[in-house]
Design a protein around this ligand. Structure first.
Ligand SMILES: *Cc1c(COP(=O)(O)O)cnc(C)c1O
Length: 496
């Protein structure tokens, strides 16, 4: 099999193996690592019909992570996709109102980020061994609620690793905070900071760049790394579930051999939908990729006009994980659509940093024709949750509902009847208040747990174990600090 090497989208760092790119995360020139080509399936997709999730994941991942052995990859996959998911299917496909919902929320934190963050720690420890790294790898993350918990759940008690999560005190929901401060695992650290998310994020970046501090860590045989969604080790395992969804449709006789599907994805940082695009480029029969946005519709505007413009009001919505004005992973699509011209990509990214804006050429826009953008505002999202529930009894979370509403628009505007898979990115239990408000109207004085029980009753679905656990779990993390004390706090907790 041909070795795949990874290079930065901005041109400076070239020729890294997959394991090196995973260990690095972000390239030193600020770019993102991209494979030198997208591998095609080296087997007939029909041979996967009937295979389980792990086998499907192996057949996909092996094509990208070419410096890992079969034994290493199977170890990673078997360790990641096991009984920590609440169904052996890992990612079930559910038909409701003419669309197929790919439920990516059966992992530890009931959101799709578990799909990649369950396996990333294993990729990292294997990558470390392979590259002669004997240091402990400490993951550093700033979170506005979801990523931190999913990363911790992934790294908890994985040998050779540790994790620090910083979140803004008062800046996450009570439920999200409880999820984090009750996290188990001897190697997990959660710290709330007296500041906002940007303070946490900026100081994490500063700590990564602090040579003296990194040298001090190195003396203690520790090195820092990132579990950010720009890590190629997060993108690759996400390709697998799109292949899985197509294979499931075949298995269930919903589509014919070679029949194309559409994929509709509620999008924020553009990582999830980019994985679907990679699946298409590998040879998965895919027609359109429908990029769904909430009120922060930078991507809708971009796909409509070819102008990316972040200069606008930031709107807090009921789908907070999509409240993003700079979609980091879009850089990879820009890079591909300018013919992998790193210099041209770099110019646009510098423009984005300088002015908050860039425009792609007509030729580039044409190369992105597989994508189409739609968006749904908060009222449309709430209305769609209610409508689908009343029609079918199926309850969507607010993010998946953005995609569902966007898909309904797309279908009625275009008349395209291609079978469509919608990425279900979170369990409704994660956003129970917004979901129940959409269905029932005002909830009055009900507390979070009462709302969760009401949702369970309404949807006819038991409260997921991941939520039930938190009800009675003990608080294990109480550290707080000022933003400028984050580095010192790490040193203290690591007993440097
Ligand atoms: C992160 C997240 C998204 C956005 O995914 P991207 O890969 O950043 O586009 C959508 N829904 C939920 C629930 C998420 O947590």
């Amino acid at each position: 099999m041909k070795q795949i090497l990874y290079s930065s989208t901005r041109g400076k760092q070239k020729g890294l193996t997959a394991s090196q790119a995973i260990l690095k995360g972000l390239a030193e020139d600020g770019g993102l690592f991209m494979p030198d080509h997208i591998p095609a399936f080296d087997f007939d997709l029909e041979t996967l019909v009937g295979a389980d999730y792990r086998e499907t994941a192996y057949q996909v991942i092996k094509l990208f992570l070419t410096d890992f052995t079969e034994e290493e990859l199977r170890h990673c996959i078997n360790s990641a996709y096991d009984s920590k998911f609440d169904t052996p299917e890992i990612a079930p496909l559910v038909l409701a109102d003419g669309a197929y919902y790919l439920e990516l929320f059966h992992g530890k934190t009931i959101a799709f980020k578990d799909m990649a963050l369950s396996i990333l720690p294993y990729f990292m420890t294997e990558a470390a061994k392979k590259n002669g790294v004997t240091n402990t790898i400490e993951i550093l993350t700033a979170t506005s609620g979801d990523t931190g918990k999913a990363a911790m759940a992934g790294f908890a008690d994985v040998p050779g690793t540790g994790i620090f999560v910083f979140y803004p005190k008062g800046g996450v929901s009570r439920f999200q905070e409880l999820q984090m401060v009750t996290q188990k695992g001897e190697n997990t650290n959660v710290v709330s900071i007296h500041g906002n998310f940007d303070d946490a994020q900026n100081n994490v970046k500063k700590i990564f760049g602090d040579a003296a501090f990194n040298a001090r860590l190195a003396e203690a045989n520790i090195q820092l790394s990132s579990a950010n969604s720009i890590n190629i080790g997060r993108l690759v395992p996400q390709i697998a579930y799109y292949v899985w969804s197509w294979v499931k449709l075949r298995e269930n006789g919903e589509i014919a051999k070679g029949e194309k599907i559409n994929i509709c994805v509620p999008t924020g940082n553009f990582g999830n939908i980019l994985s679907a695009y990679f699946a298409k480029l590998m040879g998965l029969p895919v027609n359109k990729l429908i990029c769904a946005s909430n009120d922060n519709k930078v991507l809708f505007d971009f796909f409509s006009t070819g102008v990316y413009d972040r200069n606008r009001e930031f709107i807090l919505t009921t789908s907070p994980s999509m409240d993003i004005l700079i979609s980091s992973n879009l850089e990879r699509l820009i890079y591909m659509s300018c013919g992998c011209d790193a210099a041209a990509n770099r110019v646009m990214m510098i423009e984005l940093a300088r002015t908050g804006k860039y425009t792609v050429t007509k030729e580039m826009k044409k190369r992105m024709a597989d994508f189409t953008g739609r968006y749904a505002d908060q009222q449309q999202v709430a209305a769609r949750i209610k409508e689908l529930y009343e029609k079918t009894g199926y309850v969507l979370d607010t993010h998946t509902a953005v995609a569902s509403a966007a898909y309904e628009q797309y279908r009625s505007e275009t008349g395209d009847t291609t079978k469509t898979v919608i990425a279900g990115t979170a369990s409704p239990f994660k956003f129970s208040r917004a979901v129940m408000t959409a269905i029932k109207g005002e909830l009055g004085e009900m507390d979070d747990w009462q709302v969760i029980d009401l949702l369970s009753e309404t949807a006819g679905v038991p409260v997921p174990p991941a939520v039930e656990e938190i009800r009675t779990a003990e608080v294990r993390h109480r550290t707080e600090c000022d933003p400028d004390q984050m580095e010192q706090t790490i040193a203290d907790l690591l007993k440097l």
